[in-house]
Design a binder for this molecule. Sequence first.
Ligand SMILES: *Cc1c(COP(=O)(O)O)cnc(C)c1O
Length: 379
Amino acid sequence: MFDEVVSFIKSLFPNKSFIPLHEPCFAGNEKKYVTDCIDSTFVSSVGAYVTKLEEMICEYTGSKYAVAAMNGTAALHMALILAGVERDDEVLTQALTFVATANAIAYAGASPIFVDSAKDNMGLCPEALKKFLKENTEIKNGVCVNKTTGRKIKACVPMHVFGHPVKLDEIIEVCREYNILVIEDAAESLGSFYKGKHTGTIAPIGILSFNGNKIATCGGGGMLLIQDEQLAKKAKHLTTTAKRPHPYEFFHDQIGYNYRLPNLNAALACAQIEQLPKFVESKRNLANEYERFFEGKPIQFVKEDKDSSSNYWLNAVLLKDRKERDAFLKTSNDNGVMTRPIWILMNKLPAFENCQKTNLTNAEFYEDRVVNIPSSVRL
Ligand SMILES: *Cc1c(COP(=O)(O)O)cnc(C)c1O
């Protein structure tokens, strides 16, 4: 069975001795814009490509405002600061995520609380969230307080796993009841839509990543998607060292961050975003081929939810159990087809092992069984 899968994947990416999980595709104006950027000498923190990229992202995603950042993790850190998360606060997120989500919470001085995934969707489970809040918190002076620790729960960060949107309406509804601000970690879901709206623009704040392995890359980069004008102004101010505008004086009105995206990276990103609709189409076609191949086979292909359109950033399959998962990982990687297991749950990492968590039955189920298979754009 595994040999059949390996042959099929090789047939999808012909003339390759090694098939990576995900490689970037530079088929447009990348060299032109990067050369133009170098010729202009504005390669660093000031330049027209940053503004152009922010405008392109607003247009593609429908976000009211977009503020570029040097990577997705920095954008997440900034999102938490904008949400008012401070030292010793707590932030809800899912146990099944990439470590950047939990790290950003720690950078803000807060502790994550890990919530289970949904049964039919790898993202944060709204019912588990609701149960946790009901049993463990109370509202004091309008703020949600954890009865066990006495700390304030200020935000909730659901993540759209591999591009598949979480059950956002339910999560936002539960959080509204408890005065908790939702931040969408849409690092993996540029090009994914939930009920017709682009992921990252549905909650008040969302973030994107342009890391090397994402659907569109500029080497390293990120973006804050913000729906409120004052918050967007604050984001721009804080990511650019909190300098008060002045022709020559250096007055910084608070501790700011050097989180701005260099113009050189923005130039590369602009060329990538021009091709994004093509990239998404290619990925959805590939997912379709995988879906048809795995139909009726003992390995299950992970499909998008009915309410959403996924970018299928990384295609994923579910194996029968951990033993089968390990056997599949070995056979594929030994035969030149790169596959990777889903992340180890955050609560099992040394930095986060003492954090509070809900029952994680579904997250553990996925952790034991999910494997990513090659997903590069094919043009
Ligand atoms: C890639 C990623 C990030 C962070 O992105 P960087 O640009 O690499 O800092 C954050 N969250 C998730 C879920 C990611 O996959």
